[in-house]
Design a protein around this ligand. Sequence first.
Ligand code: ADP
Ligand code: MG
Length: 730
Amino acid sequence: MSMLRFKMVEEAIQRKALEVPAPKERPSEFFGKYVFDDEKMRKYLPNQTYQALRHTMLDGTPLQRSVADSIAAGMKQWAMDMGATHYTHWFQPLTGGTAEKHDAFVEKDGRGGVLEEFSGKLLIQQEPDASSFPSGGIRNTFEARGYSAWDPTSPAFIVDTTLCIPTIFIAYTGEALDYKVPLLRSLEAVDRAATEVCRYFDPKVSRVFSYLGWEQEYFLVDESLWAARPDLMLTGRTLMGHESAKNQQLEDHYFGAIPTRVMAFMKDLEYECWKLGIPVKTRHNEVAPNQFELAPIFEETNLANDHNLLLMSILKKVSRRHSFRVLLHEKPFKGINGSGKHNNWSLGTDTGVNLLSPGKTPKDNLQFVTFLVNVMMAVYKRNGLLKASISSATNAHRLGANEAPPAIISVFLGSQISAVLEKIEHSGGNDPLIFDDKCGLKMEGLTHIPELLIDNTDRNRTSPFAFTGNRFEFRAVGSSENCAGAMTVLNTAVADQLRDFKADLEARLAEGAELETAVFGLLGEYIRTCKAIHFDGNGYTDQWKEEARRRGLDCVNSVPEIFDQYLEASNVKMFARMGVLNEKELHARAEVKWETYTKKIQIEARVLGDLALNHVLPVASRYESLLLDKLFKIKSLFSGEVNERLSAQDMALVEKLSEHMSEIRTLTSRLVEARKQANRIAEERSKAIAYHDTVAALFEPIRYHIDKLEMIVDNEMWPLPKYRELLFIR
Ligand code: ADP
Ligand code: MG
């Protein structure tokens, strides 16, 4: 009998919800307690320093060194008042996570003791030994210099007893080695381009911000069960496991009552988030069993992204406190929903206008439609690149794999917006643009229910890029990803498109056209041009796959080949033109993406091989031997027709068992061989393609036979916790 599995199941069942004492204060009283925010800056910084820092934060004015010293002194004082002893530059290497190296504030005082020190120099810049971070060949290990430099637009915060300073990470030679540098550059690019376009409508606009509201989906698994599944531990997903008789088919988990243990965890999690200034707001059960979601109020994109990264590390920490493990993998379990990180995205001006929200007057709406159509154009022109920005070995299971939506980017608009665009396309905007605001809906026969305001945009859960009334929701982003990858591409693509729009518009104006007529004419043309990207139907169907191919949308399915988009000539030009990534940086990024892909598949292949040969086959073999034993006994006791009758079923079982076992053996040897072959390839792209085509391709076939065995072998012998045990937290 498989002792470990039963012991772990027992442990998981016995576990009680952790008592989480309710905070004594209201969230508004402790929100941002551990953040060096405006309030603390005022308190801890001399006024002049504070003003200088505000300038830097608002318009990017470079900081003087003396000011930096003064900020560092104030920050240190605050941190020490809060009990911090260490500081760290907190950055976002290309691994996708965050990195930190802690240093204590202590310095020698020259008299045999120590004192606490923190200079402006240490705040502004550090040189972590960067040799072990992926660089895609930008740095050789022998000259492993990398610098982290403070990003004053994202406030410092304290985790535990460490002051964390959000930083960028660059090579000695100036190239970006992280996710934050290109993100910040893309935000600048979209600010510049969008502000110029806004000025046609309102000369008072002097800045445009990009906003991000992420929705983070995740799974929770009991820690004991997780520990008994080497695949979950090492790859973040189950590489095998027969589907549970009951999973999500009753649709009883989505928005259902949150289990007590999970509720305790969520409260704890929210408390931690609020203290760190992350404005989390929404929590609920997701579609799949054990799947949940957390969403904050949207923020400026750079800050929102830092908050998401911070949240992912808080999730991991708090889940362990509650004897859970959080799974951020995009597809931890086959046959049920995977996890995404919907990126709600919009642009807004410093005058307080959301550029993606229909307005009250025709003039507002002209501006709205201008931005809407330009976003569509950007997504149309860069649909392959946007797909590359969200592609990874893990997200591939959500997009493009057998049971998921296809790896195709399209835009959903809903009926009302679609109708307006059609009008513009055909009439050139001769009718004034008025959008029905929310319309009232009377509930017939239910007079005590107040009139409902019905949002006039529809929803489409199958669209990877959906307009949802006042923003776009980029739903294809993976749950484990750094949002910056997707946000950098989106903001850059939109910036580049707005620049083109401005040039096109200027040309028309130079010919003497009136502004409004010129805008309408141009938008009409754009709408025609980018029609292919607009799809309001069901994106999960096979018909759509065919249709998308006909429309010329990017339908490449293989992740390593999708990454080619980063090096596609027109994309390289765009990144350069927008000052976001130069060719060397793009090559490095593509290289890192291929390398990471290979490594992930390599690890999965090793784990699968180990589980197949050392966990599954021996157990199946033991069960087979039991059956043979029984058959042998039957044969020695009975003969002829009786023997045959009594043996028939077990004989059939033995045959089935040995059939699956032999398939597993053959396929696993093939897997090992494919890996060896692929490992001989030096060039990263070809290697990743080999891993995709020859190694990963064997995962499903091997799993198929293992899952069959799971249904045949005695339940008491099966070593790995089953889906029905992993998936239902009480
Ligand atoms: P859904 O109904 O799509 O599940 P949620 O309430 O879970 O919506 O999350 C929506 C997210 O979109 C939140 O983070 C919210 O703050 C964000 N959001 C709302 N308006 C905007 C906007 N104009 N720009 C960016 N994000 C926004
Ligand atoms: Mg949503």
